[in-house]
Design a protein around this ligand. Structure first.
Ligand SMILES: N[C@@H](CCC(=O)N[C@@H](CS)C(=O)NCC(=O)O)C(=O)O
Length: 238
């Protein structure tokens, strides 16, 4: 039986989305375990007591940081050359994961904070988004070609946009809008956003990634694993 790594994931989590994007791009395959954050399975918490998704279990070695999951996948195989980006890309990701994510959390959950939090957070987030817009003028991707920075940052920009889509679409950042729309309308994004039932110990395994499309590894022993395709629900592999 082929041993696939296990990816614990939550469909809408931007950290988990970027991990799935890198796994799909790298043409790796993992067993996907979709969970609900409000009802974390004991087996998930045993794997990573931290309790955040994504978590990649490499048969005992555990990676519990999304950016590290991205690097793990792309270091194995990087056909789209996402890792070939200027070092500035890593600084940009750090900015997205740090101050921008903090602004995003305050913007989304402003109700828990004092009056004025929402507009300050919106302005702070917008400063970063204007920087991205400037970088995207005349370009499809932040550094010209699609890279790790685009895919690590876009899921968070999508979340920021969805917090108030009317306001977001009215801002003067046409290149940012073009970049985000190209991503959210892409097959790449649709592929990683396929819905799966929440994992239960007794369920059949869900294969995510390259092998799940039946394009490779046809001889691998994955009998009993559901074969999941882009928009389809899982079907059993005979
Ligand atoms: N630094 C972690 C953060 C992951 C994270 O915070 N994920 C959120 C979901 S988007 C989570 O699991 N939160 C735990 C919870 O809500 O209980 C990473 O990059 O993987």
């Amino acid at each position: 039986m082929t041993q696939y790594p296990i990816l614990w994931s939550f469909r809408r989590c931007p950290y988990a989305i970027r991990a799935r994007l890198a796994i799909a791009s790298s043409r790796q395959s993992v067993v996907l375990r979709e969970i609900l954050l409000r009802n974390k399975p004991a087996a998930f918490l045993t794997t990573s007591a931290k309790g955040t998704v994504p978590v990649l279990d490499l048969n005992g070695t555990v990676i519990a940081e999304s950016i590290k999951v991205m690097h793990w996948a792309l270091q194995k195989s990087d056909p789209a050359k996402w890792l070939s980006m200027p070092s500035e890309g890593h600084d940009l990701i750090a900015k997205a994961d740090g101050p921008f994510k903090s602004a995003l959390d305050l913007y989304k959950y402003y109700i828990r904070y004092p009056d004025g939090t929402r507009s300050t957070a919106q302005q702070n987030g917008a400063k970063f988004l204007l920087q991205l817009n400037k970088m995207l003028v005349g370009k499809d991707w932040l550094f010209g070609r699609q890279s790790l920075a685009d895919m690590a940052i876009l899921p968070f920009v999508r979340q920021f946009a969805n917090a108030d889509i009317t306001w977001f679409n009215m801002q003067d950042w046409p290149d940012l809008l073009r970049w985000l729309n190209a991503f959210t309308k892409s097959g790449t994004f649709a592929n990683v956003m396929t819905r799966y039932p929440s994992w239960e110990p007794a369920q059949k395994q869900v294969l995510f990634g390259f092998d799940s499309h039946g394009k490779t590894n046809k001889t691998a022993d994955v009998s009993g694993l559901p074969l999941c395709t882009q928009n389809a629900s899982c079907t059993l592999r005979s």
